[in-house]
Design a protein around this ligand. Structure first.
Ligand SMILES: Cc1cc2nc3c(=O)[nH]c(=O)nc-3n(C[C@H](O)[C@H](O)[C@H](O)COP(=O)(O)O)c2cc1C
Length: 305
């Protein structure tokens, strides 16, 4: 284990470490405008949603690490507090990257990156016609986090209009995560696809009040087979299966064959844990619990035999 103290390492090293450690990050492709009407388009991955009532997103154009100078987007929002924030899909990631080129103020990155623009409805900066999602925002506040190189500037935006392409909706008219095909930013030059096999679901614990890992019997909690993730799944159950259901599970063919394979209690427990792990990986938490609780029923099994 190494421990870094931010004040003792170079800004470059610190920035690189944080950008690898904190990810994947969503990407905001931001269009802004200055007082002369010059349009700017730049990506920012120091970005997220912070409130839905009011609907607030924040992104951070930082001062340049090399000389502490400010970016055009920051200068623009300080004079015209309006932006359009676009979500970035895999189909537009190379154009997005190109738009991050440090062109001089007055150079329109819509044109440089080859994005077709259309007029926004309530803000002055235009939006990207092909973007899956474009959000027209008013900038409520800009909060500088410092004034040296690398200092971030929180651009706090209230979303007033959300434009969504029909092609990213499912058959019920709801946003489809796969069709959105978003990308995220990691450290260095790395990006990540947020679609296809990279997607998986984890049931929200808000639906119930799980028993918690601490309430899992020690023989299961200290398993050499089950992982932290497996214990998290087990701890999310609200009520343990009834003893009658656990007893009935003794007749399950996998359990039968585990009992037939070994008479050594330790070995049997290990096989049961392996089976429970398989079930958990299939999302069958209730069944996994039944298998695991059989361990405490050995005497019943013996009686049954
Ligand atoms: C995917 C991506 C994400 C980026 N995220 C940020 C960021 O969060 N903050 C930042 O200051 N620069 C970020 N950059 C770099 C800026 O986009 C770049 O400095 C750009 O030239 C700023 O443009 P501007 O001066 O026209 O505003 C990012 C670049 C890329 C390609």
């Amino acid at each position: 284990m190494i421990t870094l103290n931010p004040e003792e390492i170079s800004l470059k090293n610190l920035q690189r470490t944080l950008q690898f450690a904190i990810g994947p990050r969503p990407i905001a492709l931001v269009s802004s405008i200055n007082n002369d009407g010059d349009v700017n388009l730049s990506p920012f991955s120091f970005y997220n949603i912070f409130s839905s009532n009011p609907p607030i997103l924040i992104f951070s154009p930082a001062r340049r690490g090399r000389d502490g100078s400010t970016k055009n987007t920051l200068d623009n929002v300080l004079s015209v507090p309006e932006v359009v924030v676009h979500s970035v899909s895999a189909e537009m990631v190379h154009q997005t990257s190109l738009s991050s080129t440090e062109y001089d103020s007055g150079i329109n990155e819509f044109i440089k990156a080859g994005f077709e623009s259309i007029a926004s409805e309530i803000v002055q900066p235009p939006r990207i016609k092909s973007a899956p999602i474009a959000m027209e925002c008013h900038v409520k506040e800009v909060r500088a986090l410092g004034d040296g190189p690398g200092a971030g500037n929180l651009v706090i935006c209230e979303i007033h209009k959300i434009h969504i392409q029909e092609k990213v909706l499912d058959e019920n008219g709801k946003l489809d995560q796969n069709k959105l095909n978003l990308v995220g930013r990691l450290g260095g030059d790395w990006y990540v696809n947020a679609s296809g096999e990279a997607l998986f679901e984890v049931e929200k614990p808000v639906k119930n009040k799980g028993i918690g890992v601490d309430a899992i019997p020690k023989s299961i909690r200290n398993s050499t087979v089950l992982t932290g993730n497996n214990l998290g799944q087990l701890g999310n159950i609200e009520i343990l299966p009834q003893e009658a259901d656990v007893i009935a599970f003794l007749n399950h063919h996998r359990i039968e064959s585990i009992f037939n394979e070994t008479s050594d209690a330790f070995e049997r427990r290990e096989l049961i844990h392996h089976y429970a792990k398989e079930l958990l990986e299939l999302g069958k938490v209730e069944k996994a619990w039944k298998a695991l609780l059989i361990d405490g029923l050995n005497t019943i099994k013996e009686k049954k035999d």
